[in-house]
Design a protein around this ligand. Structure first.
Ligand SMILES: *Cc1c(COP(=O)(O)O)cnc(C)c1O
Length: 418
């Protein structure tokens, strides 16, 4: 056999990625248990054993989403497919959709509405600010027959969190359903689908769920299912038509729809089980704890956060790159010298911010300390006036303060029991 199609490429050998510390906007590091699970033997996606695993997987997803929605399952595809799935099914041509844009991902929602033939009513907020509920209410009042309100709960491009509960309440007051992007929020900060009355929500496997990329967990209320079933027109995507996929993920007897990515689904099952074992509230608290420590360190180094304190996401820390510092060179050196990946700014924030993700399995004290230490080293090496050691000291102090508060809390609990 000739190898002419290989052209001039060098001899190809097995691929072995280097060890990295992943502190960007996703993907995250993956727990060893998840990696082991992924490398289990292949089985068929209609195998009864696989079907049993899928039922558990759906239960685990209901737990992380805090919902009883029967239609809760992982879509085969990244978060962007979960996003598209919601719009393709819920937005018919001519439907008015309020789209909130305060970062990159709100902009993608707008794209989706336009491609579905919907009429977008765009609400812009400054990047780094949360979605303004008043503007949403004003738009709903003005436009009257809005079908859907779409917003991003945790804007990964800026590190800002919006009030999903309040925005949902406002939408419902005017008879609109909501589509919520929980790609970065799920398992990092509270997401309570049933308590908040969220209609449609999607996430992704590689952010705070800390799994391999390529799966998008979604959940839909009965209201959404009814609306999709009542549509007179044919859904414009065969693959994403909710009516067809119901036969695979929704029904008790599975029929072939597409070949499910079996080993990735094993991995998601394990990743969710890890969250179940830790406890969802504990996972939220862990993200908060390490955020507080990282923030103390970054601020001691003289860096400033991009987002106001009350809207800061613990799992996505955006800080302003100081004047005179080569933003890209710092990131490149962190990667080449320390094997640490952090995120750059997107769109108008390009070159202006760094994004430090503390998501899922990456959200650990060793990563916080390593990151502060490495960043201090890189900045000092480039000649910027950084007080070496102060960042680490501030982070240690933050951890000590948190531990003391925890201990006091525990003592009070015991005292109350007596
Ligand atoms: C990452 C992300 C997405 C897209 O997810 P992919 O898996 O990259 O397709 C959508 N929305 C938000 C808020 C994200 O952070």
């Amino acid at each position: 056999m000739t190898s002419k199609h290989l052209g001039n490429t060098r001899r190809i050998t097995s691929f072995h990625p280097p060890q990295r510390t992943l502190l960007g906007p996703g993907p995250t590091e993956i727990h060893p248990r998840v990696l082991t699970t992924m490398s289990q033997p292949a089985i068929g996606y209609l195998d009864p054993v696989f079907v049993g695993m899928m039922d558990e997987l759906k239960d685990l997803l209901r737990y992380v989403y805090q919902t009883d929605n029967p239609l809760t399952f992982p879509i085969s595809g990244p978060g962007s497919v979960g996003m598209e799935y919601c719009f393709v099914n819920m937005v018919a041509p001519g439907d008015k959709v309020v789209v909130c844009r305060n970062g990159v991902f709100g902009g993608r929602m707008l794209e989706n509405v336009e491609r579905c033939g919907g009429i977008p009513i765009l609400i812009d907020d400054d990047w780094g600010r949360p979605v303004d509920p008043q503007k949403v209410e004003d738009a709903l009042k003005r436009e009257k027959d809005v079908k859907v309100v779409a917003f991003v709960h945790a804007e990964t491009s800026t590190g800002a969190q919006s009030d999903a509960k309040l925005l949902t309440q406002i939408a419902h007051k005017y008879g609109a359903l909501v589509i919520v992007d929980a790609v970065t929020s799920l398992a990092g900060t509270p997401v309570r689908v049933d308590d908040w009355g969220i209609d449609a929500i999607y996430s992704a496997s590689q952010k705070c769920l800390s799994c391999t990329p390529g799966l998008s967990p979604v959940s839909f209320s009965e209201r959404v299912v009814e609306r999709v079933k009542a549509r007179k027109d044919k859904i414009h995507s065969w693959f994403m038509d909710m009516n067809l996929l119901l036969g695979y993920w929704g029904a008790s007897t599975r029929t072939y729809h597409h070949t499910a990515p079996t080993n990735s689904l094993f991995a998601l099952h394990e990743a969710l089980l890890l969250i179940r074992e830790e406890g969802l509230e504990q996972a939220w608290a862990r993200h908060q704890r390490h955020h507080v420590a990282l923030k103390a360190g970054l601020e001691a180094m003289g860096l400033r956060f991009f987002v106001e304190q009350q809207y800061q996401l613990p799992q996505m820390n955006a800080v302003l790159c100081p004047a005179g510092v080569d933003e890209e060179a710092v990131r490149k050196t962190l990667l080449s010298e320390f094997g640490i990946e952090i995120g750059a700014g997107l769109g108008p924030l390009k070159g202006k911010i760094w994004r430090f993700g503390l998501m899922g399995y990456s959200c650990r004290p060793d990563n916080v300390m390593l990151c502060l230490s490495a960043l201090g080293s890189v900045l000092m090496d480039m000649g910027h006036s950084i007080k070496v050691g102060e960042a680490e000291a501030a982070a240690h102090q933050a951890y000590a303060t948190l531990h003391a508060a925890d201990a006091q809390h525990a003592r009070k609990k015991v005292a109350n029991l007596k």
